[in-house]
Ligand binder design. Structure first.
Ligand code: NAP
Length: 293
């Protein structure tokens, strides 16, 4: 039995779709009641902040997919790290009590030598709690995921489509290694059957490294849009997240914290994923071509 958390979210929703074609029993832990016609899929109502519901949800489970974050849901912006810590602590405790064998998690990529943004520091903390739990894990770390509905991609999309003149603040030279959503889902689902990924963490990204400015330039180019980029010193974090938050479909708190994270480089450490999974993530240009069709 698999327990899928975050099944109503961007990543969890797509993992559920992919898992539903396999012959596995999936229990989704959701906050609002739901049902499925697929006999392999069941829903359990609960909340990761409530230890009892997490204990109930993990009973009889072998593997937990952990795709929770709390950046968007709170009125008090500063509190999400405390909530995320509580949630993963509840999950790890429940997994231990119920003898869950493995946790599969997707998180944000970060450079250990940099001072991390609030968002990435919190992601790192959740990752560390999983790694030190004593439960087997597989953790993937991504930067910008290229896919409709992904927070970072939607911000990129709004910035490039809506602004003929794009201000580039002091994050313009931050380096990032994007990845196509289909490839992220493949890693997350196919790792289930790959024992060699147990107790491993992998940075995942395409082979190209861009600065954020180059990423916007390339995206504009792919969309056939002429854009002017103007360098402006400073981060202008508040004002840019306010403007983008109003224009995009992404929750404004999530926009705020993602824009704060633009200062942190997200470049992959080398790994042996190609050997294990037999594929390489698509190039950025190819990802955009797929999304445009
Ligand atoms: N999206 C990206 O571009 C990206 C990039 C790198 C890494 N990641 C990682 O991928 C993971 C999933 O992110 P996502 O983009 O899929 O997030 P998302 O779309 O915002 O989904 C978050 C999920 O968490 C659930 N949730 C929040 N609080 C909960 C609670 N108290 N109890 C139960 N469920 C709760 C939400 O359920 P409700 O529907 O009830 O709110 C939702 O299903 C995160 O670890 C993130 O760091 C994402």
């Amino acid at each position: 039995m698999i327990l899928l958390t975050g099944a109503t979210g961007f990543i969890g929703g797509l993992v559920l779709e992919a898992l539903s074609t396999k012959n596995v029993q999936i229990r989704c832990l959701v906050r609002k009641p739901a049902r499925s016609d697929n006999p392999n899929i069941s829903y359990m109502t609960g909340d990761v902040l409530d230890p009892d519901s997490v204990l109930k949800a993990t009973a009889g489970v072998d593997t937990v997919y952990y795709f929770i974050h709390m950046m968007g849901k709170q009125k008090e912006r500063e509190k999400f790290d405390i909530l995320d810590r509580t949630a993963i602590t509840n999950m790890v405790r429940a997994c231990k009590k119920n003898g869950v064998k493995r946790i599969i998690h997707l998180t944000g990529m970060s450079d250990p030598h940099e001072k991390l943004s609030h968002h990435l520091a919190s992601r790192k903390e959740v990752e560390e709690i999983i790694r030190s739990s004593g439960i087997d894990y597989t953790i993937f770390r991504a930067s910008v995921i290229i896919g409709r509905g992904g927070g970072a991609f939607e911000i990129l999309d709004v910035a490039v489509r809506k602004f003929p003149v794009i201000p580039v603040f002091n994050w313009g030279n931050t380096r990032v290694q994007p990845i196509y959503i289909g490839d992220v889902i493949r890693y997350l689902v196919e790792c289930l059957d790959k024992k060699e990924t147990l107790n491993k963490c992998y940075d995942i990204g395409c082979y190209e490294i861009f600065t954020y400015k180059e990423l916007m330039q390339e995206y504009a180019h792919q969309l056939g849009l002429k854009r002017i980029f103007i360098h402006i010193p400073g981060s202008w974090h508040w004002i840019s997240s306010l403007v983008i938050g109003k224009m995009s479909t992404v929750n404004s708190n999530v926009v705020y914290w993602l824009i704060e994270s633009l200062r942190n480089n997200m470049v992959c450490e080398p790994n042996d994923l190609k050997k294990i999974f037999g594929f390489e993530p698509l190039a950025f240009k190819e990802s955009i071509m797929i999304l445009s069709h």
